[in-house]
Design a protein around this ligand. Sequence first.
Ligand code: SF4
Length: 544
Amino acid sequence: MARKDRLKNRKELSRTRVSYASSERVAGESGVVIKDWGGRLPLAVAYPNSYYVGMSNLGLHTLYRLINNYPQYLAERFFWEGGAAKGRPTLSVESRRPFTDYVAVLFTLSYELDFLNIPSMLADCGMPLYARERDETFPLVIGGGACIMSNPAPAADFFDVFCIGEAEAILPELLPVLAETAGEPKGLVLERLAKIPGLYVPSVPPEKPVERVFPAELTQGAGTAVFSKATELGEMYLMEVERGCGHQCRFCLVAGVFCPLRYHPLELLLKQAEEGMLERKRIGLVGPVVSDHPQATELISRLRGMGVGLSISSLRIKPLPEKMLGELALSGVSSLAMAPEAGSERLRRIIRKGITEDDIIRAAALVAEKGFRQLKFYFMLGLPGETDEDIEEMIKLAEKAQQVMSAAGRGVRLSLNIAPFVPKPSTPFQWLGMEDAVLVKRRLDIIRLRLEGQGIEVRAESPEMSQIQAVLSRGDVSLSKLLAAAGGDSLACWKRAAKLLEVDSPSLAKTRFDLADKLPWHMLENPKQRQRLEAEYKAATKEI
Ligand code: SF4
Protein backbone atom coordinates (compact mmCIF):
# COMPACT_ATOMS: atom_id res chain seq x y z
CA MET A 1 0.00 0.00 0.00
CA ALA A 2 1.37 3.43 -0.93
CA ARG A 3 2.11 5.94 1.83
CA LYS A 4 -0.71 8.23 0.60
CA ASP A 5 -3.24 5.37 0.80
CA ARG A 6 -2.04 4.43 4.26
CA LEU A 7 -2.56 7.97 5.52
CA LYS A 8 -6.04 7.99 3.97
CA ASN A 9 -6.74 4.67 5.65
CA ARG A 10 -5.65 6.08 9.00
CA LYS A 11 -8.02 9.01 8.64
CA GLU A 12 -10.87 6.61 7.89
CA LEU A 13 -10.00 4.52 10.92
CA SER A 14 -9.94 7.64 13.05
CA ARG A 15 -13.41 8.51 11.84
CA THR A 16 -14.75 5.10 12.87
CA ARG A 17 -14.34 6.07 16.51
CA VAL A 18 -17.38 8.30 16.11
CA SER A 19 -19.57 5.27 15.45
CA TYR A 20 -18.14 3.42 18.45
CA ALA A 21 -18.04 6.45 20.70
CA SER A 22 -19.04 5.26 24.10
CA SER A 23 -18.00 6.25 27.55
CA GLU A 24 -19.77 3.37 29.30
CA ARG A 25 -16.50 1.93 30.57
CA VAL A 26 -15.14 5.27 31.71
CA ALA A 27 -18.44 6.03 33.45
CA GLY A 28 -17.96 2.91 35.58
CA GLU A 29 -14.39 3.81 36.53
CA SER A 30 -12.74 6.17 38.93
CA GLY A 31 -9.16 7.37 38.73
CA VAL A 32 -9.28 7.43 34.93
CA VAL A 33 -7.15 10.18 33.38
CA ILE A 34 -8.68 12.10 30.49
CA LYS A 35 -6.21 14.60 29.07
CA ASP A 36 -6.58 17.16 26.36
CA TRP A 37 -4.70 15.96 23.27
CA GLY A 38 -3.43 19.43 22.43
CA GLY A 39 0.37 19.61 22.62
CA ARG A 40 0.80 16.21 24.27
CA LEU A 41 2.48 13.07 23.01
CA PRO A 42 -0.24 10.37 22.82
CA LEU A 43 0.76 6.85 23.87
CA ALA A 44 -1.38 3.72 23.75
CA VAL A 45 -1.01 1.31 26.67
CA ALA A 46 -2.25 -2.07 25.45
CA TYR A 47 -3.11 -5.27 27.26
CA PRO A 48 -3.60 -8.21 24.87
CA ASN A 49 -6.40 -9.78 26.83
CA SER A 50 -9.86 -8.71 27.96
CA TYR A 51 -10.66 -5.68 30.09
CA TYR A 52 -11.80 -8.09 32.81
CA VAL A 53 -8.37 -9.74 32.97
CA GLY A 54 -6.18 -6.74 32.17
CA MET A 55 -7.64 -4.36 34.71
CA SER A 56 -6.44 -6.65 37.51
CA ASN A 57 -2.85 -6.48 36.22
CA LEU A 58 -0.68 -4.14 38.28
CA GLY A 59 1.88 -3.80 35.46
CA LEU A 60 -0.74 -2.13 33.29
CA HIS A 61 -1.82 0.22 36.09
CA THR A 62 1.79 1.16 36.79
CA LEU A 63 2.53 1.96 33.16
CA TYR A 64 -0.63 4.05 32.85
CA ARG A 65 0.04 5.96 36.06
CA LEU A 66 3.73 6.61 35.38
CA ILE A 67 3.11 7.98 31.87
CA ASN A 68 0.16 10.12 32.89
CA ASN A 69 2.17 11.59 35.77
CA TYR A 70 4.07 13.55 33.13
CA PRO A 71 2.13 16.61 31.94
CA GLN A 72 3.60 16.40 28.43
CA TYR A 73 2.48 12.81 27.70
CA LEU A 74 -0.88 11.11 27.75
CA ALA A 75 -1.59 7.39 28.05
CA GLU A 76 -4.84 5.72 27.10
CA ARG A 77 -5.73 2.04 27.62
CA PHE A 78 -6.53 -0.64 25.06
CA PHE A 79 -7.74 -4.17 25.65
CA TRP A 80 -8.29 -7.09 23.34
CA GLU A 81 -11.98 -7.13 22.61
CA GLY A 82 -12.18 -10.69 21.35
CA GLY A 83 -14.68 -12.01 18.88
CA ALA A 84 -17.03 -9.10 19.55
CA ALA A 85 -14.64 -6.70 17.85
CA LYS A 86 -13.44 -8.98 15.07
CA GLY A 87 -12.52 -6.91 12.05
CA ARG A 88 -13.21 -3.63 13.84
CA PRO A 89 -10.38 -1.58 15.25
CA THR A 90 -9.67 -1.93 18.94
CA LEU A 91 -10.33 1.48 20.46
CA SER A 92 -8.99 3.17 23.55
CA VAL A 93 -11.13 3.15 26.67
CA GLU A 94 -10.63 6.89 27.18
CA SER A 95 -11.22 8.55 23.80
CA ARG A 96 -12.31 5.68 21.54
CA ARG A 97 -9.46 6.16 19.08
CA PRO A 98 -7.57 3.40 17.22
CA PHE A 99 -3.84 2.62 17.65
CA THR A 100 -3.05 4.58 14.51
CA ASP A 101 -3.79 7.89 16.28
CA TYR A 102 -0.91 7.36 18.73
CA VAL A 103 2.84 7.82 18.47
CA ALA A 104 3.57 4.46 20.06
CA VAL A 105 1.70 1.40 21.32
CA LEU A 106 3.14 -0.07 24.52
CA PHE A 107 2.02 -3.67 25.04
CA THR A 108 2.46 -5.30 28.42
CA LEU A 109 2.69 -9.11 28.35
CA SER A 110 2.55 -11.24 31.47
CA TYR A 111 1.30 -14.48 29.99
CA GLU A 112 2.58 -16.31 26.90
CA LEU A 113 -0.88 -17.17 25.53
CA ASP A 114 -1.61 -13.44 25.22
CA PHE A 115 0.88 -13.39 22.32
CA LEU A 116 -1.96 -14.95 20.32
CA ASN A 117 -4.09 -11.80 20.54
CA ILE A 118 -1.47 -9.35 19.31
CA PRO A 119 -1.78 -10.00 15.55
CA SER A 120 -5.53 -9.36 15.53
CA MET A 121 -5.19 -6.22 17.67
CA LEU A 122 -2.71 -4.77 15.16
CA ALA A 123 -4.45 -5.97 12.01
CA ASP A 124 -7.90 -4.76 13.07
CA CYS A 125 -6.46 -1.25 13.36
CA GLY A 126 -5.21 -1.46 9.78
CA MET A 127 -1.58 -1.88 10.83
CA PRO A 128 0.69 -4.28 8.95
CA LEU A 129 1.57 -7.12 11.31
CA TYR A 130 5.26 -7.19 10.62
CA ALA A 131 7.46 -4.39 11.94
CA ARG A 132 9.48 -4.29 8.72
CA GLU A 133 6.30 -3.42 6.77
CA ARG A 134 5.46 -0.41 8.94
CA ASP A 135 7.10 2.95 8.35
CA GLU A 136 6.96 6.16 10.40
CA THR A 137 3.33 6.78 9.43
CA PHE A 138 2.44 4.03 11.89
CA PRO A 139 2.98 4.07 15.64
CA LEU A 140 6.01 2.26 17.02
CA VAL A 141 5.02 -1.05 18.58
CA ILE A 142 6.83 -1.60 21.89
CA GLY A 143 6.61 -4.63 24.17
CA GLY A 144 7.39 -5.17 27.83
CA GLY A 145 6.43 -7.40 30.77
CA ALA A 146 7.61 -10.72 32.18
CA CYS A 147 7.20 -12.72 28.94
CA ILE A 148 9.19 -10.19 26.96
CA MET A 149 11.92 -9.95 29.58
CA SER A 150 12.39 -13.71 29.45
CA ASN A 151 12.04 -14.35 25.71
CA PRO A 152 10.85 -11.80 23.15
CA ALA A 153 11.77 -13.99 20.15
CA PRO A 154 8.32 -15.47 19.25
CA ALA A 155 6.88 -11.97 18.74
CA ALA A 156 10.06 -10.26 17.51
CA ASP A 157 8.74 -9.85 13.95
CA PHE A 158 5.71 -7.86 15.17
CA PHE A 159 7.51 -5.47 17.50
CA ASP A 160 9.82 -2.55 16.81
CA VAL A 161 11.25 -2.34 20.31
CA PHE A 162 11.29 -4.46 23.47
CA CYS A 163 11.72 -3.16 27.01
CA ILE A 164 13.97 -5.43 29.02
CA GLY A 165 13.38 -4.14 32.50
CA GLU A 166 10.97 -2.32 34.75
CA ALA A 167 8.89 0.70 33.72
CA GLU A 168 10.26 2.97 36.47
CA ALA A 169 13.77 2.60 35.03
CA ILE A 170 12.91 2.61 31.32
CA LEU A 171 10.27 5.30 30.84
CA PRO A 172 12.41 8.31 31.89
CA GLU A 173 14.85 7.40 29.08
CA LEU A 174 12.37 6.17 26.48
CA LEU A 175 9.66 8.84 26.56
CA PRO A 176 11.83 11.91 25.80
CA VAL A 177 13.32 10.12 22.78
CA LEU A 178 9.85 9.23 21.50
CA ALA A 179 8.86 12.89 21.85
CA GLU A 180 11.98 14.21 20.13
CA THR A 181 11.86 11.78 17.22
CA ALA A 182 8.10 11.64 16.49
CA GLY A 183 7.62 11.70 12.71
CA GLU A 184 11.31 11.20 11.87
CA PRO A 185 12.36 8.35 9.55
CA LYS A 186 11.78 5.11 11.40
CA GLY A 187 15.28 3.75 10.83
CA LEU A 188 16.81 6.76 12.59
CA VAL A 189 14.36 6.52 15.47
CA LEU A 190 15.19 2.85 16.00
CA GLU A 191 18.93 3.54 15.88
CA ARG A 192 18.48 6.05 18.70
CA LEU A 193 16.26 3.79 20.75
CA ALA A 194 18.72 0.90 20.43
CA LYS A 195 21.27 2.99 22.34
CA ILE A 196 19.05 3.30 25.43
CA PRO A 197 19.96 0.84 28.22
CA GLY A 198 17.35 -1.90 28.58
CA LEU A 199 15.89 -1.50 25.09
CA TYR A 200 16.21 -4.29 22.55
CA VAL A 201 15.51 -3.34 18.94
CA PRO A 202 15.34 -6.53 16.82
CA SER A 203 16.23 -4.66 13.61
CA VAL A 204 19.39 -3.25 15.24
CA PRO A 205 20.99 -6.39 16.71
CA PRO A 206 22.97 -5.58 19.87
CA GLU A 207 26.71 -6.28 19.98
CA LYS A 208 26.44 -7.71 23.47
CA PRO A 209 23.52 -9.08 25.52
CA VAL A 210 20.94 -6.49 26.55
CA GLU A 211 21.19 -5.82 30.28
CA ARG A 212 17.91 -5.78 32.19
CA VAL A 213 17.32 -2.43 33.94
CA PHE A 214 15.40 -1.80 37.15
CA PRO A 215 15.26 0.74 39.98
CA ALA A 216 17.60 -0.14 42.85
CA GLU A 217 14.86 0.73 45.35
CA LEU A 218 11.08 0.91 45.17
CA THR A 219 10.22 4.45 46.18
CA GLN A 220 7.08 5.29 44.22
CA GLY A 221 4.59 2.62 45.26
CA ALA A 222 2.61 0.53 42.79
CA GLY A 223 -1.12 0.02 43.11
CA THR A 224 -4.47 0.23 41.35
CA ALA A 225 -4.55 3.43 39.29
CA VAL A 226 -8.04 3.11 37.81
CA PHE A 227 -10.83 1.49 39.81
CA SER A 228 -13.44 -0.60 38.07
CA LYS A 229 -15.87 -3.23 39.29
CA ALA A 230 -15.80 -4.94 35.89
CA THR A 231 -12.57 -6.79 36.58
CA GLU A 232 -11.60 -9.95 38.42
CA LEU A 233 -10.21 -8.17 41.49
CA GLY A 234 -12.34 -5.06 41.12
CA GLU A 235 -13.60 -5.13 44.71
CA MET A 236 -10.12 -4.40 46.04
CA TYR A 237 -7.39 -1.84 45.99
CA LEU A 238 -4.34 -3.80 44.78
CA MET A 239 -1.04 -2.83 46.30
CA GLU A 240 2.39 -4.25 45.45
CA VAL A 241 4.32 -5.11 48.60
CA GLU A 242 7.58 -6.38 47.10
CA ARG A 243 9.26 -7.20 43.79
CA GLY A 244 11.58 -10.13 43.10
CA CYS A 245 12.07 -13.16 45.31
CA GLY A 246 14.94 -14.45 47.37
CA HIS A 247 14.10 -18.16 47.11
CA GLN A 248 15.11 -19.09 43.56
CA CYS A 249 13.01 -22.20 43.00
CA ARG A 250 14.39 -23.78 39.85
CA PHE A 251 11.21 -23.62 37.75
CA CYS A 252 10.28 -20.05 38.60
CA LEU A 253 10.64 -17.01 36.40
CA VAL A 254 10.44 -14.45 39.19
CA ALA A 255 14.07 -14.67 40.24
CA GLY A 256 15.18 -14.45 36.59
CA VAL A 257 13.23 -11.36 35.55
CA PHE A 258 12.37 -9.44 38.73
CA CYS A 259 15.43 -9.88 40.93
CA PRO A 260 16.89 -8.39 43.04
CA LEU A 261 14.36 -8.72 45.80
CA ARG A 262 13.12 -5.27 46.87
CA TYR A 263 10.44 -4.27 49.35
CA HIS A 264 8.15 -1.26 49.36
CA PRO A 265 8.77 0.62 52.64
CA LEU A 266 6.16 0.05 55.34
CA GLU A 267 5.24 3.72 55.81
CA LEU A 268 4.77 4.18 52.07
CA LEU A 269 2.49 1.14 51.94
CA LEU A 270 0.38 2.48 54.80
CA LYS A 271 0.06 5.87 53.11
CA GLN A 272 -0.90 4.19 49.86
CA ALA A 273 -3.48 2.08 51.71
CA GLU A 274 -5.08 5.23 53.14
CA GLU A 275 -5.53 6.56 49.62
CA GLY A 276 -6.80 3.20 48.34
CA MET A 277 -9.37 3.10 51.14
CA LEU A 278 -11.04 6.16 49.70
CA GLU A 279 -12.13 3.86 46.85
CA ARG A 280 -12.29 0.35 48.29
CA LYS A 281 -12.84 -1.27 51.68
CA ARG A 282 -10.60 -4.19 50.86
CA ILE A 283 -6.91 -4.25 50.03
CA GLY A 284 -5.17 -6.97 48.04
CA LEU A 285 -1.51 -7.35 49.00
CA VAL A 286 0.40 -8.38 45.89
CA GLY A 287 3.87 -9.89 45.56
CA PRO A 288 5.61 -13.19 44.83
CA VAL A 289 5.77 -14.04 48.57
CA VAL A 290 4.01 -11.30 50.51
CA SER A 291 4.78 -13.01 53.81
CA ASP A 292 8.51 -12.52 53.16
CA HIS A 293 8.25 -8.75 53.62
CA PRO A 294 10.29 -8.15 56.81
CA GLN A 295 7.43 -6.10 58.28
CA ALA A 296 4.57 -8.19 56.89
CA THR A 297 3.05 -8.90 60.31
CA GLU A 298 3.19 -5.24 61.33
CA LEU A 299 1.76 -4.17 57.96
CA ILE A 300 -1.18 -6.56 58.29
CA SER A 301 -1.76 -5.58 61.90
CA ARG A 302 -1.74 -1.84 61.14
CA LEU A 303 -3.98 -2.27 58.11
CA ARG A 304 -6.39 -4.16 60.34
CA GLY A 305 -6.24 -1.25 62.77
CA MET A 306 -7.31 1.03 59.91
CA GLY A 307 -10.45 -1.08 59.54
CA VAL A 308 -9.69 -2.43 56.10
CA GLY A 309 -10.45 -5.96 54.85
CA LEU A 310 -7.50 -7.85 53.41
CA SER A 311 -6.64 -10.37 50.77
CA ILE A 312 -3.18 -11.81 50.23
CA SER A 313 -1.86 -13.22 46.98
CA SER A 314 0.77 -15.57 48.32
CA LEU A 315 2.14 -17.08 51.49
CA ARG A 316 5.17 -19.27 51.70
CA ILE A 317 4.76 -22.50 53.62
CA LYS A 318 8.01 -21.90 55.47
CA PRO A 319 8.61 -19.61 57.24
CA LEU A 320 4.97 -19.08 58.16
CA PRO A 321 4.81 -16.97 61.32
CA GLU A 322 1.83 -17.95 63.47
CA LYS A 323 1.34 -14.35 64.57
CA MET A 324 0.96 -13.19 60.97
CA LEU A 325 -1.62 -15.90 60.28
CA GLY A 326 -3.52 -14.75 63.35
CA GLU A 327 -3.51 -11.15 62.11
CA LEU A 328 -4.73 -12.26 58.69
CA ALA A 329 -7.59 -14.23 60.23
CA LEU A 330 -8.61 -11.20 62.31
CA SER A 331 -8.47 -9.05 59.16
CA GLY A 332 -11.28 -11.04 57.59
CA VAL A 333 -9.16 -13.12 55.19
CA SER A 334 -11.07 -16.36 54.69
CA SER A 335 -9.07 -18.14 52.02
CA LEU A 336 -5.33 -18.74 51.78
CA ALA A 337 -3.17 -20.07 48.96
CA MET A 338 0.12 -21.90 49.40
CA ALA A 339 2.31 -23.78 46.97
CA PRO A 340 3.82 -27.16 47.84
CA GLU A 341 4.31 -27.51 44.02
CA ALA A 342 5.20 -31.22 44.23
CA GLY A 343 3.98 -34.18 46.27
CA SER A 344 7.25 -35.89 47.15
CA GLU A 345 10.33 -34.78 49.05
CA ARG A 346 12.46 -35.92 46.10
CA LEU A 347 10.66 -33.73 43.57
CA ARG A 348 10.58 -30.74 45.91
CA ARG A 349 14.34 -31.14 46.27
CA ILE A 350 14.78 -31.28 42.47
CA ILE A 351 12.84 -28.05 42.04
CA ARG A 352 14.62 -26.53 45.08
CA LYS A 353 11.40 -25.66 46.85
CA GLY A 354 13.02 -25.77 50.28
CA ILE A 355 10.04 -27.17 52.21
CA THR A 356 9.30 -30.59 53.69
CA GLU A 357 6.14 -32.59 54.21
CA ASP A 358 6.22 -31.64 57.90
CA ASP A 359 6.25 -27.95 56.93
CA ILE A 360 3.22 -28.46 54.67
CA ILE A 361 1.23 -30.37 57.26
CA ARG A 362 2.10 -27.82 59.96
CA ALA A 363 0.87 -25.05 57.66
CA ALA A 364 -2.42 -26.88 57.02
CA ALA A 365 -2.92 -27.42 60.76
CA LEU A 366 -2.29 -23.74 61.49
CA VAL A 367 -4.72 -22.65 58.78
CA ALA A 368 -7.44 -24.79 60.36
CA GLU A 369 -6.59 -23.71 63.91
CA LYS A 370 -6.83 -20.01 63.01
CA GLY A 371 -10.29 -20.50 61.54
CA PHE A 372 -9.74 -19.85 57.81
CA ARG A 373 -12.46 -21.32 55.63
CA GLN A 374 -10.43 -22.48 52.66
CA LEU A 375 -6.89 -23.54 51.83
CA LYS A 376 -5.74 -23.76 48.23
CA PHE A 377 -2.67 -25.79 47.40
CA TYR A 378 -0.86 -25.12 44.14
CA PHE A 379 0.83 -28.09 42.50
CA MET A 380 2.53 -28.73 39.19
CA LEU A 381 2.33 -31.85 37.07
CA GLY A 382 5.01 -33.12 34.72
CA LEU A 383 7.93 -31.72 36.71
CA PRO A 384 11.38 -32.93 35.64
CA GLY A 385 11.93 -36.47 36.93
CA GLU A 386 8.27 -37.00 37.94
CA THR A 387 7.02 -40.59 38.13
CA ASP A 388 3.73 -42.28 39.01
CA GLU A 389 5.04 -42.66 42.59
CA ASP A 390 5.28 -38.87 42.91
CA ILE A 391 1.61 -38.63 41.95
CA GLU A 392 0.77 -41.18 44.62
CA GLU A 393 2.68 -39.06 47.14
CA MET A 394 0.82 -35.92 46.04
CA ILE A 395 -2.50 -37.67 46.64
CA LYS A 396 -1.39 -38.91 50.06
CA LEU A 397 -0.12 -35.46 51.00
CA ALA A 398 -3.46 -33.88 50.11
CA GLU A 399 -5.31 -36.56 52.08
CA LYS A 400 -3.08 -36.02 55.10
CA ALA A 401 -3.56 -32.24 54.98
CA GLN A 402 -7.32 -32.79 54.73
CA GLN A 403 -7.29 -35.13 57.75
CA VAL A 404 -5.29 -32.67 59.85
CA MET A 405 -7.69 -29.87 58.99
CA SER A 406 -10.78 -32.01 59.60
CA ALA A 407 -9.42 -32.95 63.01
CA ALA A 408 -9.52 -29.27 63.97
CA GLY A 409 -13.29 -29.46 63.46
CA ARG A 410 -13.63 -26.01 61.84
CA GLY A 411 -14.94 -27.17 58.45
CA VAL A 412 -12.03 -25.75 56.43
CA ARG A 413 -12.08 -26.85 52.78
CA LEU A 414 -9.04 -27.98 50.82
CA SER A 415 -8.73 -27.46 47.09
CA LEU A 416 -5.92 -28.22 44.67
CA ASN A 417 -4.99 -25.98 41.74
CA ILE A 418 -2.86 -27.95 39.34
CA ALA A 419 -0.89 -26.56 36.43
CA PRO A 420 1.23 -28.53 33.99
CA PHE A 421 4.90 -27.61 34.36
CA VAL A 422 5.96 -25.24 31.57
CA PRO A 423 9.73 -24.72 31.29
CA LYS A 424 10.62 -21.03 31.25
CA PRO A 425 13.60 -19.13 29.89
CA SER A 426 15.82 -17.44 32.50
CA THR A 427 15.30 -20.37 34.88
CA PRO A 428 17.56 -23.37 35.54
CA PHE A 429 14.96 -25.56 33.77
CA GLN A 430 15.13 -23.54 30.54
CA TRP A 431 16.98 -26.37 28.77
CA LEU A 432 14.32 -28.99 29.59
CA GLY A 433 11.24 -29.87 27.58
CA MET A 434 7.64 -30.10 28.74
CA GLU A 435 6.28 -33.51 29.72
CA ASP A 436 4.00 -35.23 27.21
CA ALA A 437 0.52 -33.68 27.47
CA VAL A 438 -1.19 -37.09 27.26
CA LEU A 439 0.79 -38.36 30.25
CA VAL A 440 0.06 -35.16 32.20
CA LYS A 441 -3.63 -35.59 31.48
CA ARG A 442 -3.57 -39.24 32.57
CA ARG A 443 -1.96 -38.29 35.89
CA LEU A 444 -4.43 -35.47 36.35
CA ASP A 445 -7.32 -37.89 35.83
CA ILE A 446 -5.90 -40.18 38.54
CA ILE A 447 -5.64 -37.29 41.00
CA ARG A 448 -9.20 -36.20 40.26
CA LEU A 449 -10.56 -39.70 40.60
CA ARG A 450 -8.87 -40.26 43.93
CA LEU A 451 -9.44 -36.88 45.58
CA GLU A 452 -12.72 -35.47 44.34
CA GLY A 453 -14.68 -38.26 46.01
CA GLN A 454 -13.15 -37.18 49.32
CA GLY A 455 -14.45 -33.64 49.07
CA ILE A 456 -11.17 -32.15 47.83
CA GLU A 457 -11.83 -29.93 44.85
CA VAL A 458 -9.32 -30.27 42.00
CA ARG A 459 -8.95 -27.49 39.46
CA ALA A 460 -6.50 -27.75 36.62
CA GLU A 461 -5.21 -25.88 33.63
CA SER A 462 -5.61 -27.58 30.28
CA PRO A 463 -2.53 -29.66 29.36
CA GLU A 464 -3.08 -28.83 25.69
CA MET A 465 -3.18 -25.07 26.26
CA SER A 466 -0.13 -25.42 28.51
CA GLN A 467 1.60 -27.15 25.63
CA ILE A 468 1.01 -24.04 23.47
CA GLN A 469 2.31 -21.94 26.34
CA ALA A 470 5.44 -24.11 26.42
CA VAL A 471 5.99 -23.64 22.67
CA LEU A 472 5.70 -19.86 23.02
CA SER A 473 7.70 -19.68 26.21
CA ARG A 474 10.91 -21.07 24.67
CA GLY A 475 10.14 -20.53 21.01
CA ASP A 476 12.16 -18.71 18.40
CA VAL A 477 11.43 -16.01 15.87
CA SER A 478 9.90 -18.46 13.37
CA LEU A 479 6.79 -18.64 15.59
CA SER A 480 5.54 -15.26 14.39
CA LYS A 481 4.19 -16.96 11.24
CA LEU A 482 2.27 -19.41 13.39
CA LEU A 483 0.92 -16.61 15.60
CA ALA A 484 -0.17 -14.67 12.52
CA ALA A 485 -1.83 -17.72 10.96
CA ALA A 486 -3.64 -18.70 14.18
CA GLY A 487 -5.75 -15.53 14.08
CA GLY A 488 -7.24 -16.26 17.51
CA ASP A 489 -6.46 -17.57 20.97
CA SER A 490 -8.30 -20.90 20.92
CA LEU A 491 -6.81 -24.38 20.75
CA ALA A 492 -8.68 -24.95 17.47
CA CYS A 493 -7.10 -21.82 15.88
CA TRP A 494 -3.64 -22.94 16.98
CA LYS A 495 -4.08 -26.50 15.73
CA ARG A 496 -5.42 -25.32 12.38
CA ALA A 497 -2.47 -22.95 11.89
CA ALA A 498 0.06 -25.59 12.98
CA LYS A 499 -1.41 -28.05 10.48
CA LEU A 500 -1.38 -25.46 7.71
CA LEU A 501 2.27 -24.55 8.35
CA GLU A 502 3.27 -28.15 9.11
CA VAL A 503 4.52 -27.27 12.58
CA ASP A 504 4.71 -30.14 15.07
CA SER A 505 3.64 -28.21 18.14
CA PRO A 506 3.74 -31.12 20.67
CA SER A 507 7.35 -31.89 19.66
CA LEU A 508 8.34 -28.24 19.94
CA ALA A 509 6.96 -28.13 23.50
CA LYS A 510 9.09 -31.15 24.38
CA THR A 511 12.32 -29.78 22.86
CA ARG A 512 15.30 -30.32 25.12
CA PHE A 513 18.18 -27.92 24.49
CA ASP A 514 21.84 -28.82 24.90
CA LEU A 515 23.99 -26.58 27.05
CA ALA A 516 25.98 -25.79 23.90
CA ASP A 517 22.89 -24.68 21.92
CA LYS A 518 22.33 -21.05 21.06
CA LEU A 519 19.05 -20.32 22.82
CA PRO A 520 16.31 -18.26 21.13
CA TRP A 521 16.67 -15.61 23.88
CA HIS A 522 20.49 -15.49 23.62
CA MET A 523 20.37 -11.71 23.08
CA LEU A 524 19.31 -11.33 26.74
CA GLU A 525 21.68 -13.86 28.29
CA ASN A 526 23.74 -12.23 30.97
CA PRO A 527 26.98 -14.27 31.48
CA LYS A 528 26.80 -14.16 35.28
CA GLN A 529 23.19 -15.25 35.36
CA ARG A 530 23.90 -17.94 32.76
CA GLN A 531 26.61 -19.36 35.02
CA ARG A 532 24.19 -19.58 37.94
CA LEU A 533 21.46 -21.18 35.81
CA GLU A 534 23.86 -23.77 34.45
CA ALA A 535 25.12 -24.70 37.92
CA GLU A 536 21.54 -25.08 39.18
CA TYR A 537 20.53 -27.07 36.11
CA LYS A 538 23.42 -29.50 36.62
CA ALA A 539 22.60 -29.89 40.31
CA ALA A 540 18.95 -30.64 39.48
CA THR A 541 19.61 -33.07 36.65
CA LYS A 542 21.92 -35.15 38.84
CA GLU A 543 18.80 -36.22 40.74
CA ILE A 544 16.50 -36.76 37.78
S1 SF4 B 1 8.06 -20.13 43.34
FE1 SF4 B 1 7.59 -18.53 44.82
S2 SF4 B 1 9.13 -18.81 46.42
FE2 SF4 B 1 9.88 -19.90 44.63
S3 SF4 B 1 11.17 -18.41 43.54
FE3 SF4 B 1 9.12 -18.27 42.67
S4 SF4 B 1 8.14 -16.64 43.79
FE4 SF4 B 1 9.91 -17.26 44.98
